[in-house]
Design a protein around this ligand. Structure first.
Ligand code: AP5
Length: 218
């Protein structure tokens, strides 16, 4: 049976950081809808052109676009054993679509990892975030700084600040999370796959909580 894991939580709680690590540990692809949209923007593809302004404003891209790119991604051969989702689903409509996609293959959602963190800490983390323009590795100017300022430790790529990590857009993204994504907590809450994980503390500590919740062997 394929394994499909979901990370749920507000912007900046550490979904990307933890999803990349868990995907590596479980040898599954890391599927981030945010990364896929940013790649479309960079390549100038039609979807990217439509999504760019929405993303910069902090609003959500339309459900049909997102469901379409996820459904296509799940058809690639490397997704046969499952995937670790990051930033998807983000609305009840997307969650319903994912349930349908997964059950069409006779599978279920393996784990829903809901990471929580105070708004104060979220703003601190997002305003110091830097992302590698080449490989997507995530850094923080204080908590996880690269060895050489502005340069990725892994691939040597240039580190950039995301357009949507400006204070006004961060506030908008948090409001959008409360209005459109937080209802997913109730949607998943009563399933055995649901786990509430504290995002407080160092990334290694958070990862240990996640590994324990999922029950994977390191
Ligand atoms: P997306 O890219 O998904 O962004 P997000 O959900 O807002 O989440 P972030 O990437 O900002 O945060 P994160 O939780 O991954 O935190 P991270 O690990 O980087 O979406 C962007 C946009 O795309 C959306 O606004 C929307 O427009 C669109 N979109 C995407 N998916 C969509 C969908 N399904 N439907 C509709 N629209 C969609 O960590 C943050 C910082 O903290 C980093 O600097 C990191 O180094 C640091 N950090 C992490 N953990 C720790 C720790 N334990 N201690 C200290 N620092 C830490």
């Amino acid at each position: 049976m394929a394994k499909h894991l979901i990370f749920l939580g507000a912007p900046g709680v550490g979904k990307g950081t933890q999803a990349q690590r868990l995907a590596q540990l479980m040898d599954l692809p890391h599927v981030s809808t945010g990364d896929m949209l940013r790649a479309s923007v960079q390549s100038g593809r039609e979807i990217g052109l439509r999504a760019a302004a929405v993303m910069e404003s902090g609003a959500l891209v339309g459900d049909e676009i997102i469901i379409g790119i996820v459904a296509e991604r799940l058809l690639l051969p490397d997704a046969a054993a499952g995937v670790v989702f990051d930033g998807f689903p983000r609305t009840i409509h997307q969650a319903n679509a994912l349930d349908n996609l997964v059950s069409a293959h006779g599978d279920q959602i393996t784990a829903v990892l809901h990471i929580n963190l105070s708004d104060e800490e979220i703003v601190e983390r997002l305003s110091g975030r830097r992302v590698c323009s080449k490989c997507g590795a995530i850094y923080h100017i204080r908590y996880h700084a690269p060895a050489v300022n502005g340069v990725c430790d892994i691939c040597g790529g240039v580190l950039l600040q995301r357009e949507d990590d400006q204070p006004a857009v961060i506030r908008k993204r948090l409001a959008v999370y409360q209005a459109e994504t937080a209802p997913l907590i109730a949607y998943y809450h009563d399933r055995p796959a649901y786990h509430l994980v504290s995002g407080e503390g160092e990334a290694d500590e958070v990862f240990s909580r996640i590994v324990e919740a999922v029950g994977v062997v390191r």
